[in-house]
Design a protein around this ligand. Structure first.
Ligand code: PBG
Length: 326
């Protein structure tokens, strides 16, 4: 009888051996928690399409940030839900707008213990729900939007944001934001660019999370899910324009893109596991169809394996808690 020459199972036999040879790991410092804050809220409002995620009050957001810092998370990415909206998203550039206030209050709460990040995009602030302002013909006006992004970025930096996440997919947005920041004396504010961001059905639950006013879709500015090559162009442009970190979004249906970008990027690469990715795992787990904790851990570990240095995930705090408990 001849024996198999190779026995890969030998390295899988015990937990100690498996642990010795595990290629990928994750740590709380690599996880970023996205969080929503609602203007004027006096109590947290559950987001029904994202069980376990809420629209925070300013106070509960501060408590959440303090907890994130204590758990050793890398950062908290803030999204504002304003009480009023208009055609040009005025609330985004107003220092007293909900997002800028939240950045300032969270920063005052956590200091250097946690990186505070702001979403630089107009969709939460416009009454039509698009990521930019509209031209007379109803199309999203790229260059008119850039000017507002520059002011929005400066407002967030003045409020104390450490990292800005331009997510609107306007051409030239990173360059305009970098220049506006530098001119205002914020040379050290980091830009984590949503470089390859696709027009995805998986953003569905986020629309409820921010009370989005959008009718229609974002296909004239976010990327076509059919395209792979184009992601590399978007990343190259953002690098050229001064991005400090580049992001791929969504994550799980775009792991080929993540691997491509990780292979070519000279700067750190982040992946955003978005609302719909969160909700589908929660829904399956709630039905008893999958093991919740195992599925969550596997989903984020897979992103790390595909090349993500940082992962934005709504499970960041829970994952960090599990990592702590071992
Ligand atoms: C734009 C923005 C969106 C998300 C993050 N930033 C919405 C969109 O592009 O439609 C989605 C995040 C998620 O779905 O979890 N401000």
């Amino acid at each position: 009888m001849s024996f198999p020459t190779h026995r890969p199972r030998r390295l899988r036999r015990t937990p100690a051996i498996r642990s010795l040879v595990a290629e990928t790991s994750m740590a709380p410092r690599q996880l970023i928690l996205p969080a929503f804050v609602r203007e004027g809220a006096t109590a947290n409002i559950p987001i029904s399409s994202m069980p376990g995620v809420v629209q925070h009050t300013l106070d509960s957001l501060k408590a959440e940030a303090a907890r994130a810092a204590e758990l050793g998370l890398g950062g908290i990415m803030l999204f504002g839900v304003p009480a009023q909206r208009d055609a040009v998203g005025s609330g985004a550039v107003d220092p007293h707008g909900i997002l800028n206030r939240a950045i300032a209050e969270v920063k005052a709460e956590v200091g250097d213990a946690l990186l505070v990040m702001g979403d630089v995009c107009l969709d939460e602030f416009t009454d039509h729900g698009h990521c930019g302002v509209l031209a007379a013909d109803g199309s999203v006006d790229n260059d008119a939007t850039l000017e507002i992004y520059g002011r929005m970025a400066v407002a967030q930096a003045e409020a104390g944001a450490d990292v800005l996440g331009p997510s609107g997919m306007m051409d030239g947005q990173v360059a305009v934001i970098r220049q506006a920041l530098d001119e205002a004396g914020h040379q050290d504010t980091l830009i984590m660019a949503y470089a390859a961001k696709y027009a995805s059905a998986f953003y569905g639950p986020f629309r409820e999370a921010v009370d989005s006013q959008l009718k229609g879709d974002r296909r004239t500015y976010q990327m076509d899910p059919a395209n792979r090559r184009e992601a590399l162009l978007e990343v190259e442009l953002d690098l050229e324009e001064g991005a400090d970190i580049v992001m791929v979004k969504p994550a799980m249906a775009y792991m080929d893109i993540l691997a491509d970008v990780a292979a070519m990027s000279p700067v750190p690469v982040a992946a955003y596991q978005i609302s719909g990715e969160y909700s589908m795992i929660e829904a399956a787990a709630a039905n008893g169809w999958i093991d919740r904790r195992a599925a969550i851990e596997e989903s984020v570990l897979g992103l790390r394996r595909a090349g993500a240095d940082q992962v934005l995930t709504y499970w960041a705090a829970e994952l960090a808690q599990w990592l702590k408990e071992g």
